[in-house]
Design a protein around this ligand. Sequence first.
Ligand SMILES: [Zn+2]
Length: 191
Amino acid sequence: MRSLFLLLTLLFSFNSFAVVPEAAYTFEFNVKMLRMSRTREDKVNEAIELLRKVFTSPEFRRRILNHRYNGRKGFANNRGMSNLQIYNAILAGVEKLKPMRNNAMDLELELYTDHDSKVMGYTLPRSKRIWMNTKFFNRHTPANVASNLTHEWLHKLGFDHDYKATWKRQYSVPYGIGYIVRELARKPWKL
Ligand SMILES: [Zn+2]
């Protein structure tokens, strides 16, 4: 009886570690593509399919909850939020411009071309649009695009990072979670 209890406790703890909330499965990607060729649209759609896999995976949740910065669990520039709160904020999908818990990524995506720039993409606080430079977009894999979309969208949720490439920047929410997405999206069959 006692060993059965132990076994059940163990099973339960493994399980609860892997459990992904319902909100991860109902999460929607409303990405409106503006003036984009068919081939480029296809790449974005592939990226969104990868994101769907990533967002529903226990690994995505686990990686965010275990993210470390400065010797402890957390992100830099976390707006006072714990890793779990950040994960839940992502699934709630509350953009600053559209403060509704609609459980979705709401974005507009437009491409532009600047061969002289090192900027992959950017967004503006007053717009729900994000801009991506074709110089990078064209050679990016769908996994990279998935990562960039997530990075820019996290700005829409109000998360920021140092402007300059400081040591701390990689641990910010947009960079940290962008890296997690990129890594997981590169091996979707493992999810
Ligand atoms: Zn950024």
